[in-house]
Design a protein around this ligand. Sequence first.
Ligand SMILES: [Zn+2]
Length: 109
Amino acid sequence: MHELGITRGVVEAVLDAAGDSRIIRLRLEIGRLSGVVTDSVRFCFELAAEGTSLAGARLEITEPGGRAECRACGREFEVDSVLALCSCGSANVALIAGQELRIKEVEMA
Ligand SMILES: [Zn+2]
């Protein structure tokens, strides 16, 4: 499962940074266009965190919506798919938000 690898990577990065401190809360940002299923991340998190200092930590996930900028007319607009089309008819658009996958905050005990 795609999400298990991602979640393991997140858990490892947090454990590396936290040393021996116990972690009580972790906040992730997973964009709506990232293709990552947040419910799966929650499920995988329990497994990946088990037996580590992240076990029992509260996992919070924020899901920023997608935004794109049209290279033809410069308009910025919301998108709900990676296959974005500007209202001017151009498909030459750059996604500027919604694909992020980041660790936003780690709270240690
Ligand atoms: Zn346009």
